[in-house]
Structure formats: structure tokens, C-alpha cells
Design a protein around this ligand. Structure first.
Ligand SMILES: N[C@@H](CCC(=O)N[C@@H](CS)C(=O)NCC(=O)O)C(=O)O
Length: 187
């Protein structure tokens, strides 16, 4: 199967982690979603996945598909699922602000972008209050929070200096082979 994406995307990173842990046959096709080539997905976003006739356009069905194809489970617990969704909302807001700023918008003078910033701060505080996983036992909710927080640090979109649990989560995730192997490229 083929995973289309970039090496900096946190959503792609989570898919790569699941694929690395699956033992399945797969390859990554690097794609610049902002380039001129036809992206091959109606969302105009990465990741997307092709497995024969199956096409998946979002990281959530991709991770679920890969886990289940490998005989693993994808987030059976509803509170874990809620934490996973909170991390997605954090990332969606942070990535939107990142792309809007890159396109020249002044984020400070716009009421909606201010609301997005507030949402990021509130969600970080909420995620920081969740229990930590044991080393080597990260769930997909833990991976989603960890790739999200790591992306925010990488792109300097938010700081976690006052969030000790999130710092500790990154340390715990850093001991995980697939998480460590998928870190965004330096520079
Ligand atoms: N809900 C999607 C979000 C994917 C997403 O936002 N991808 C970003 C890269 S990290 C993207 O391709 N953004 C390009 C754009 O919005 O134009 C998922 O979980 O896969």
C-alpha cells in the first residue's frame, strides 16, 4: 500500500508510526501538497492512502485501517477517543494559523484567528491534565497527542514549558522506536 504525504506533517507521522508497527508491506510517496502537481485527493491535504482499489483521505481512517489490518485495535475507549479528537482540534487550529500566517495574514488583528489561538491554549491545558502512559504502551490517543505537541514545538507554534505532563509525554514517546524514527527532519 502507498501512503502519500510529507515528512513534516504530524498526521502523516501518526500513519507512518502505525505502518511501521504493522509488519505490512507499504511505501511512503513524498508529496508537496502546495506544489503544482495534481494532488490525487479531494481534500488537497496529506495524508492519503491507496491500497489497491481502496482510497482513504484522512489520517483517522488510515490509522484505523492499518491497525485493524495488522490485527491490532484502534481506540476502543470513548474517553481516549475524545482525547484523540482534542489533539486533532488542537492541530487543525495550529496548522490553520501556521498556513494563514505564511500567506500574509496578521493573526493578531483578526477575531477568528484570536479564537483559534485561545482554543490552542485551552486544549493544551486540558491535554496536560490527562494521565500518562507507561513507556512502551502508548495508545493511538497518546501517539496523536505526542505527534501534535511535537509538531507545535518543531514549528514553534506553541510552547509547553508550563505543561509538565505534556513534556513528560514527549519524553516517554521519545523512547518509542517508531515515534523516534519518524521525527520531522531538522532544518
Ligand atoms: N483531518 C486531516 C488533516 C490533514 C491536514 O491538515 N494536513 C495538512 C498537513 S499537516 C495539509 O495537508 N494541509 C494543507 C492545506 O490545508 O492546504 C487528517 O487527519 O488527515
Amino acid at each position: 500500500m502507498k501512503l502519500f504525504g510529507s515528512f513534516t506533517s504530524p498526521y502523516v507521522r501518526h500513519c507512518r508510526i502505525a505502518l511501521m508497527q504493522s509488519g505490512l508491506n507499504w511505501e511512503m510517496v513524498e508529496l508537496d501538497i502546495h506544489g503544482n502537481e495534481a494532488p490525487g485527493t479531494p481534500t488537497l491535504r496529506v495524508p492519503f492512502l491507496e491500497d489497491g482499489a481502496l482510497k482513504l483521505t484522512d489520517s483517522t481512517p488510515i490509522v484505523k485501517y492499518v491497525r485493524e489490518k495488522a490485527g491490532q485495535v484502534f481506540i476502543p475507549d470513548v474517553q481516549d477517543l475524545d482525547r484523540y479528537c482534542l489533539a486533532n482540534t488542537l492541530l487543525d487550529s495550529a496548522i490553520n494559523l501556521f498556513l494563514l500566517e505564511r500567506s500574509g495574514l496578521d493573526l493578531k488583528v483578526n477575531a477568528y484567528t484570536q479564537r483559534q489561538q485561545l482554543r490552542i491554549e485551552r486544549i493544551l491545558a486540558e491535554l496536560d491534565s490527562a494521565p500518562l502512559p507507561e513507556a512502551g504502551q502508548l495508545s493511538d490517543a497518546d501517539y496523536r497527542v505526542a505527534v501534535g505537541v511535537a509538531w507545535g514545538k518543531f514549528r514553534k507554534r506553541f510552547a509547553i514549558d508550563s505543561h509538565r505532563n505534556l513534556q513528560r509525554l514527549l519524553d516517554i514517546a521519545g523512547e518509542d522506536a517508531a515515534f523516534a524514527a519518524t521525527a520531522p527532519p531538522a532544518g
